[in-house]
Design a binder for this molecule. Structure first.
Ligand code: URA
Length: 264
């Protein structure tokens, strides 16, 4: 009889502890979403990144693939990261909920409460300098305030999460921005301020080192989608969406995958 596959051993204690936490989440039954999810979407990216991005909950594509932000909102997130010279592999991406709410309904308070320890432990282990919260659910949970995203977006808040001193930087959720041109424009402007937020001082820590290089390509233009081009929830992504590698400028936000989807 063959032994079950075991994750390769690692010398990195952060990776090892995140793996253990992932396994715990994958068998979690603390809320009813355990009965409806296809896959747990734990999170992914660089476990030592200075930048962590926290969304709301997996959608259809995320639930199918077990990876965060792989649908249309994810394409937009990738493009926003590209405007500041970063790729998704250079940051860590997670959600408030690790399981998809049926029909993408809003997370329920009891689901947030049940899932919250996973996110707090992720922040504790990854110890980012900056946590970008996407939309109301992540922002309210991690700021501990009921003030909505419309009032707090684009304003860095010094706080402590999971025992880690960091800057919280709320922005609009990309899924909402896909439908609202003015919101998309604001989201783009807020993202462009992230390098500055990554450079803000924190007690007992050196200046940020994961900020994109000063010579990163200038931001490309984002054209808001027109109202009648709103994406359908299950539009099929185009085949190859990999941005060019090497020192080439960031992929433009026009002419990219989102435009092929009719988003720009
Ligand atoms: N929206 C989210 O908040 N998270 C995802 O992973 C995908 C879409």
């Amino acid at each position: 009889m063959r032994a079950p596959p075991v994750a390769p051993a690692t010398d990195d204690p952060v990776v090892a502890q995140l793996d253990e936490l992932r396994r715990e989440a994958e068998s979690c039954e603390k809320c009813a979403l355990a009965g409806t999810r296809t896959r747990v979407v734990f999170g992914e990216g660089d476990p030592h990144s200075d930048l962590m991005i926290v969304g709301e909950a997996p959608g259809y594509h995320e639930d199918q693939q077990g990876r965060p932000f792989v649908g249309q909102a994810g394409k937009l997130l990738d493009q926003l990261l590209a405007t500041i010279g970063l790729t998704r592999e250079q940051v860590y991406i997670a959600n408030v909920l690790k399981s998809r709410p049926p029909n993408n309904r809003d997370p329920k308070p009891e689901e947030i409460e049940a899932c919250q320890p996973y996110l707090l432990r992720q922040v504790e282990l990854i110890a980012p300098r900056v946590v970008v919260t996407l939309g109301n659910f992540a922002t309210k949970l991690l700021s501990g305030s009921q003030t909505g995203i419309t009032r707090v977006h684009g304003i860095a808040q010094r706080t402590s999460i999971g025992g880690r001193d960091l800057h919280l930087f709320p922005v609009f959720h990309p899924a909402a921005a896909l439908y609202t041109p003015a919101m998309l424009d604001t989201l783009k402007q807020d993202f462009l301020r992230l390098p500055e937020v990554l450079g803000l001082p924190l007690d007992g820590r050196d200046a940020g080192h994961a900020a994109p290089p000063a010579d990163a390509a200038p931001p490309a233009d984002i054209t808001p989608p027109s109202a009648d081009q709103s994406p359908s929830a299950d539009a099929t992504p185009p085949g190859d969406t990999t941005p060019p590698t090497g020192p080439a400028p960031s992929p433009p936000l026009t002419g990219g995958p989102a435009e092929q989807l009719g988003l720009f």
